[in-house]
Ligand binder design. Structure first.
Ligand SMILES: NC(=O)c1ccc[n+]([C@@H]2O[C@H](COP(=O)([O-])OP(=O)(O)OC[C@H]3O[C@@H](n4cnc5c(N)ncnc54)[C@H](OP(=O)(O)O)[C@@H]3O)[C@@H](O)[C@H]2O)c1
Length: 345
């Protein structure tokens, strides 16, 4: 498979579809790396009339509204917790589209605090489903991760449950309820707490800590992320998982792309970490439709997605990070251009 091309900027082509033109949009986790990327797109390009950034920490809200990139009359910042259903109901008043990014996402922290990961990633999503139904929301797009595929960690397991809750909710929506779809992707370049900002911090010492040099990971940049979310909004038929065809690279390649001369200190994989990731499971192969730039996994038990476009994949197909288009040092360096770093570690 060819990697998902980076379209850079395609002005004007990523507007909300007709049915959602001028919509009010709630972005859960709107102060996070992904949330802020989506909000910039919604404000500058997509044509949303009102965008609500919803998350807990007031300092992040303060930083958001102080940031000149976000000083826009359509942006509303709202402090709230997705674990609190009454607050979510209030946030959803008049909202047509929800982009659900709020999550606990750090693998070691979720391993050490599994009940908290369950409460945010599972119970928070259950609250969102109920509140979206009651508020008459028409579309919900949630962010999932390759770690939800055959999960080895609490974080991935909670995101797998999140996916299944949304797919089931969609099947129960009928023709009038909200349509729930999912975007499943790999590591967002430069996102808060990821390995790239960590390497940047370590660069001054000339020694970078690497869990396992042969580990491979999928990478997505901001432009591709916004494009696949837009594609899911335009084309998602409910209960579907959209998977961009991402490139991957080995961790030692990533280190060299960041600093050719760095010394690598191998520290070993952390609890819950896999050597390689997969963006689709073997069992999903029979439900995948392949398009030029992405895959769509249609739901198991819903008739809402009767997709006949795209092409089927082989029975044994799996999109794995060690079998994907592996970027070499130069390609990875180019991929990182303009994306590194965006957030502190
Ligand atoms: N980053 C990646 O590489 C990557 C890869 C694949 C999938 N994803 C998925 O993409 C989504 C966003 O990731 P990200 O990297 O953008 O995360 P992030 O930068 O850590 O942002 C998470 C956001 O969620 C908010 N949040 C956390 N718990 C909340 C709660 N209980 N109620 C309301 N808001 C809450 C956070 O703010 P407060 O803490 O202030 O509430 C923050 O605004 C997640 O669902 C993640 O699983 C990320």
């Amino acid at each position: 498979m060819e990697p998902f091309p980076d379209p850079r900027h395609e002005p004007g082509v990523r507007r909300l579809p007709e049915a959602l033109a001028g919509a009010s949009v709630l972005v859960t986790g709107g102060t996070g790396t992904t949330g802020k990327l989506l909000i910039q797109w919604l404000l500058q390009e997509a044509g949303a009339s009102r965008v609500i950034a919803f998350s807990r920490d007031e300092q992040k809200h303060h930083d958001l509204i102080q940031d000149p990139r976000f000083q826009h009359p359509a942006l509303q910042s709202m402090v709230g917790d997705i674990r609190d259903q009454s607050r979510l109901r209030h946030a959803l008043e008049g909202v047509s589209l929800v982009l659900h990014t709020a999550a606990m996402k750090h693998v070691p922290i979720a391993e050490a605090n599994p009940t908290e990961a369950v409460r945010t990633n599972i119970e928070g999503t259950m609250n969102l489903i109920d509140a979206s139904r009651d508020a008459g929301v028409s579309r919900v797009i949630a962010h999932s991760t390759d770690k939800a595929v055959e999960p080895a960690c609490i974080y991935g397991a909670t995101k797998l449950v999140m996916e299944k809750l949304l797919i089931r909710a969609n099947a129960e929506s009928g023709t009038s309820g909200p349509r729930f779809d999912i975007v499943r992707h790999g590591n967002l370049v430069g996102s808060r707490g990821s390995v790239i900002p960590l390497f940047e911090e370590q660069m001054s010492s000339g020694k970078l800590t690497v869990t396992d040099p042969e580990m491979t990971r999928f990478w997505i940049n901001g432009t591709t992320l916004v494009s696949i979310v837009h594609r899911t909004i335009v084309d998602g038929r409910g209960g579907e998982i959209f998977v961009p065809k991402l490139p991957a690279c080995r961790l030692d390649t990533l280190v060299k792309a960041i600093n050719q001369d760095a010394t690598i200190e191998i520290i070993g994989a952390r609890p819950g970490e896999k050597r390689h990731e997969a963006l689709t499971a073997r069992e999903e192969a029979c439900r995948i439709r392949e398009f030029e730039e992405y895959l769509v996994i249609v739901p198991e038990y819903s008739s809402t997605s009767s997709r006949t476009d795209g092409t089927p994949v082989t029975e044994r197909f799996q999109f794995r990070s060690n079998q994907a288009a592996l970027l070499d040092t130069l390609e990875m360096r180019e991929f990182l251009q303009g994306n590194f770093p965006t957030e502190p570690a």
